[in-house]
Write a protein that binds this ligand. Structure first.
Ligand SMILES: NC(=O)C1=CN([C@@H]2O[C@H](COP(=O)(O)OP(=O)(O)OC[C@H]3O[C@@H](n4cnc5c(N)ncnc54)[C@H](O)[C@@H]3O)[C@@H](O)[C@H]2O)[C@@H](O)CC1
Ligand SMILES: [K+]
Length: 206
């Protein structure tokens, strides 16, 4: 028998996160668990992962990417991080940026894009994205889709609205999408599933 996945809207997801925090967790713990679960899932894949490039947006999806950067570097992987919006805007993302080990290279995307990677991780936007991508981000995400690297999206490929499923031009084209806690409505839509590739739902303890 095929079990239908649980689907939560953006509002329901944020309410579930708040309920987990009210029950004794914390947003920092949820982010740490999300980044840890995605790192473990990635390391279990039969993939060459010597050089990983992580594109981080300024919000908490970027924070998840920064947790992964720390953990992958601790696992001995050569990690490059690009802050694609030049900064981080949430306390959690800032804390995880400050916690990066010295071995992680933090480099402007315009420079980093010239190097070779085995894996590209999209931590630009998650459920906070709405609308269209800037011209710069369109060019960057399009360049990523041309690369012979394993492309991993965190929560949802950047450029896609998690509720409506609207796909902005040059949204990230993933091979695998690690979805946190539960499907959002967009993950059920065939057009969006083409951008997700393989979808794996990860328990983040809520
Ligand atoms: N809140 C929590 O407890 C958790 C959040 N998690 C992660 O956090 C994500 C949600 O984080 P946020 O709510 O910070 O949102 P995002 O990180 O998805 O993005 C928010 C940022 O994107 C900007 N933005 C939105 N649309 C844009 C557009 N068209 N062009 C340019 N910028 C745009 C917003 O102004 C905001 O600064 C989830 O998808 C998940 O990956 C996980 O860490 C698990 C726990
Ligand atoms: K993403």
């Amino acid at each position: 028998m095929h079990t239908q996945p649980t689907v939560l809207s953006i509002t329901q997801t944020r309410a579930a996160e708040q309920a987990a925090v009210d029950a004794g967790s914390s947003f920092a713990q949820l982010m740490e668990t999300a980044g840890t679960a995605a790192t473990q899932a990635l390391l279990q894949r039969p993939a060459n992962l010597q050089r990983v490039w992580i594109l981080c947006g300024k919000g908490n999806n970027g924070g998840d990417g920064l947790v992964m950067a720390r953990l992958l570097a601790q696992a001995g992987i050569h990690v490059t991080v690009s802050l694609v919006q030049d900064t981080v805007s949430t306390d959690l993302a800032a804390q995880n940026l400050a916690a990066l080990p010295a071995s992680v290279v933090v480099q402007a995307a315009a420079l980093a894009v010239l190097a070779e990677y085995d894996c590209i991780i999209d931590a630009v936007f998650g459920i906070g994205f709405d609308g269209e991508l800037s011209a710069d981000l369109q060019a960057l995400l399009h360049a990523c889709s041309q690369r012979p690297a394993l492309r991993v999206a965190l929560d949802i490929p950047s450029g896609i609205n998690a509720d409506s499923g609207h796909i902005a031009a040059h949204s990230f084209q993933a091979d695998v999408c690690y979805v946190f806690h539960s499907f959002k409505p967009a993950h059920t839509m065939p057009a969006v599933q083409k951008y997700c590739g393989e979808i794996e739902v990860l328990d983040i303890g809520m």
